[in-house]
Design a protein around this ligand. Structure first.
Ligand code: ATP
Ligand code: MG
Length: 557
């Protein structure tokens, strides 16, 4: 059962409760779940929730979880997606039981079972076209009527289905349907189609098939073949459950899985629809599926989100049956929490302004030190070269300012982080009147100490040595959309793309320790936020850092 005695007890979600009951009653001896993505796009934050749920149950209850590609729609599927999905699941920290599986592995079995349904008089080949089929189906308030082809003989159906399989009919000419009840109050039960003709090659089965099973027919039977005990899907499949159970009851399947539905995860200021995300990619609104602005797992990874923060977020969002929209600030909270504890500190000046310390010797450089993490001294220290010329951020200097501005001002003092207190003397300007340099002086003997004259500094700013630093580019991301619900109410989601969702700063100056930044190293650039080296641009000579998130929530409500 869940929970170690020393772990803080979190109430069980409804699926955990069901599993505990099933284990207790002996209905199952082990939970078996699966994550069943369709390989028609990259995984997004919504999928992360399903992954955390399905794989998480296996972890909690010592069960197993399969990774199954639900590949019944070859026209939209690609191996690139299969590979990206495997990578994302593993990156989140999960592993599947045994080999990866494909619904297409079961096409032979599904076909054999379909023949069985025909032989028992429970399935028939129907020649109605899609439009006619829809008309015959009736509505929510009106019963449908039987297809004129419903009473074909078993022999005729077997012969026609064989011709379908052999490619003798055109797409749409006919389909195989199960005989249930055209007056059933649940529309899903009105003789649903289980096989369609699609003359499309498949990424796994090549040209072997030109008929493909429907999702409803394939899904539950794949679950049964794999011995899935709890087949968890999102709420829009609630109506399909009766059909799921019908197949399990009417086919000689080796086990009896049950379907449970939970609500989808929706996050505001972004979208969780593969189709729409694909549109952003295809139309060039973003730079690929792994653009750091995308809510895809690969985009979030590139942006600097950690698996821990995503898992934590999914956990906070909870597993329920009530649809809702989760505030993106919860996700931002989760990543800040993780990085505040774990990111190495560094200084990087995003918009540099040169400061010359006129009383510091010209040829001298001293090595100051700063902790890698202020609360985790065991992580060690970084060496900070310091000399006569340094860079500070343009925002951290003003010729004059009121008391609220606690940075560098002419005639005033400020502390350089991990270094001396300095006092500004003069601003040097170019012909356009822009400040291009500040002349200042440093106060001796103030590293880690207050000045002897008792005049303290009001604030602390970050800086980088002008002689020894790395040049870098910094990319600042903001929310993808300006509106909380970009795709609700018939709105065109493209019309509320945030025009300021990316700011690229070139000419940034980072401290020397950033020369060693590796792909998995997260940094807090002091006073600027959390950053990670961009995984795609590592070949270029100038290092590119992505801002994962700012230090505080600055989004205007
Ligand atoms: P999309 O609408 O983005 O195309 P999908 O449901 O068609 O999503 P699948 O590849 O079929 O995508 O999804 C794989 C699994 O992930 C399914 O079990 C599905 O229920 C689940 N899933 C997809 N989106 C979400 C979401 N937003 N929240 C929770 N689970 C989700
Ligand atoms: Mg789906």
């Amino acid at each position: 059962m869940k929970n170690d005695s020393n772990e803080t007890k979190k109430p069980l979600n409804f699926i955990e409760r069901i599993i505990e009951e099933d284990l207790a009653s002996g209905r199952i001896s082990q939970s078996v779940t699966r994550f069943p993505p369709e390989p028609n796009g990259y995984l997004h934050i919504g999928h992360a929730k399903s992954i955390c749920l399905n794989f998480g149950l296996a972890e909690t209850y010592g069960g197993q979880c399969n990774l199954r590609f639900d590949d019944t729609n070859p026209a939209k599927e690609e191996m690139e997606y299969v590979e990206s999905i495997k990578k994302d699941v593993q990156w989140l920290g999960f592993d599947w039981q045994g080999d990866i599986r494909f619904t297409s592995d079961y096409f032979d079995q599904l076909y054999t079972w379909a023949l069985g349904l025909i032989e028992q008089g429970k399935a028939y080949v129907c020649d109605l076209n899609q439009e006619e089929m829809r008309a015959y189906r009736g509505t929510l308030t009106e019963a449908g009527k039987d297809s004129p082809y419903k009473e074909r003989s078993v022999e005729e159906n077997l012969a026609l289905f064989e011709k379908m399989r052999a490619g003798e009919f055109d797409e749409g000419a006919c389909a195989l349907r199960v005989k249930i009840d055209m007056a059933h109050p649940n529309m899903q039960m009105r003789d649903p189609v289980i096989y369609r003709i699609k003359k499309v090659a498949h990424h796994q089965t090549g040209d072997k098939w030109c008929i493909y099973p429907s999702y409803d027919y394939a899904h539950g039977q794949s679950d049964a073949i794999e011995g899935i005990t709890h087949s968890i899907c999102t709420l829009e499949f609630e109506e399909h459950r009766a059909l799921y159970d019908w197949f399990i009851a009417n086919l000689p399947v080796p086990s009896t899985p049950r379907q449970y539905e939970f609500s989808r995860l929706n996050v505001n200021y972004t979208i969780t629809s593969k189709r729409k995300l694909k549109q952003l990619v295809d139309e060039g609104h973003v730079d690929g599926w792994d653009d750091p602005r995308m809510p895809t797992i690969s985009g979030m990874r590139r942006r600097g989100f950690t698996p821990k923060s995503i898992r934590e977020f999914c956990d906070m969002a909870g597993v329920t049956r009530t649809d809702g929209i989760v505030d993106v600030s919860m996700l931002e909270f989760a990543i800040r929490e993780d990085l505040n504890t774990n990111a190495t500190r560094a200084m990087c000046v995003l918009e540099p302004l040169k400061v010359t310390l006129t009383n510091y010797p010209e040829d001298k450089t001293e090595q100051l030190v700063g902790p890698k993490h202020p609360n985790r001294i065991e992580l060690g220290a970084r060496s900070l070269p310091f000399s006569r010329e340094i860079f500070i951020d343009q925002d951290d200097f003003r010729e004059s300012a009121n008391k609220k501005y606690k940075r560098l001002v002419i005639g005033k003092r400020v502390r350089l982080r991990n270094a001396y207190i300095i006092e500004a003397d003069e601003a040097i300007k170019n012909e356009q009147g822009e400040i291009i340099e500040v002349k200042a002086h440093f106060i001796e003997n103030t590293v880690g100490k207050n000045p002897e004259d008792g005049i303290k500094a009001k604030g602390v700013i970050h800086w980088v040595d002008a002689k020894q630093h790395i040049d870098c580019e910094v990319r600042l991301y903001d929310r993808l959309f300006t509106e909380a619900s970009p795709d609700v109410g018939g709105k065109d989601f493209l019309s509320c793309l945030n025009p300021d969702n990316l700011r690229v700063l070139t000419g940034c100056k980072g401290e020397m320790s950033l020369a060693e930044a590796g792909q998995d190293d997260h940094y807090q650039f002091e006073r600027e936020g959390y950053f990670i080296l961009d995984a795609k641009e590592k070949h270029v000579s100038i290092r590119v850092f992505n801002r994962t998130i700012g230090l505080r929530d600055t989004w205007k409500k």
